[in-house]
Design a protein around this ligand. Sequence first.
Ligand code: FMN
Length: 257
Amino acid sequence: MNNDSIQKTLIVAIGLCLVCSLVVSVSAVSLKPQQEQNKIVDKQGNILGVVGLLKDKASIAELYEKNIESVVVDLDTGEYVSDIDANTYDQRSAAADPSLSIKLDKKDDIAGIGRRAKQASVYLVRDSAGAIKYYILPVHGYGLWSTLYGFLALEADANTVYGLSFYDHAETPGLGGEVDNPKWKALWRGKKVYNDNGEAALSVVKGAVNPSSQTIQYEVDGLAGATLTSRGVSNMLTYWLGQNGFNKFLTNERSRG
Ligand SMILES: Cc1cc2nc3c(=O)[nH]c(=O)nc-3n(C[C@H](O)[C@H](O)[C@H](O)COP(=O)(O)O)c2cc1C
């Protein structure tokens, strides 16, 4: 066939497309399990990281297995749930399933999440005597461009922040993306979550925290040039620490001592 003929050009172009699409499809399908596994390891690394237990990226699975206990709690009652396998429960998928989640009223949906799973994962770290040392709570909410997913770690009193970190978001690097800046994340340690009335009081303020503020223990500096992401983080925490989030569970834990 003549190299310059229309038929030959079409046959070569279509053949090339078919071969390339086959290569891409086979790679996508065969690498899917590996991608899923990488996502799980990444999440485990973040859970370890928020409580300072991530020492070596190569041994995430081992460190996780040794240090982290997964549990599931019912957000309406604040009680532990025993009939769900906490190691395989996927709160993100449950939130998208109408039978496993609730649709939030607009007035309650301050984090902009639309629906929330009825049951939530909680990760526990225990000390050598078996007492709870940290509670690690998954939190998510809308920033400026994206939903931010992260973990809030509380100390054994279920009221003092140990750490906050995000593992998935699409905020602008250098602006909202500064939620990942270690210096900003360090500001959270030691802050208190609940005021004397048991209401969620932790928030991100606009600008820097006033050193003479009466409520300094609940306040964290806002991110410069990223007021909307900062507000998103603040709203997300108010939601997840509130009555529709982990408030009942944490109140139960505090009263259990
Ligand atoms: C390209 C571009 C990206 C931006 N990304 C963010 C962002 O990720 N988070 C954010 O809060 N504001 C972002 N902003 C700024 C917001 O539009 C808004 O001006 C800002 O949140 C106001 O904060 P300020 O009051 O601290 O200046 C971005 C602006 C531009 C032009």
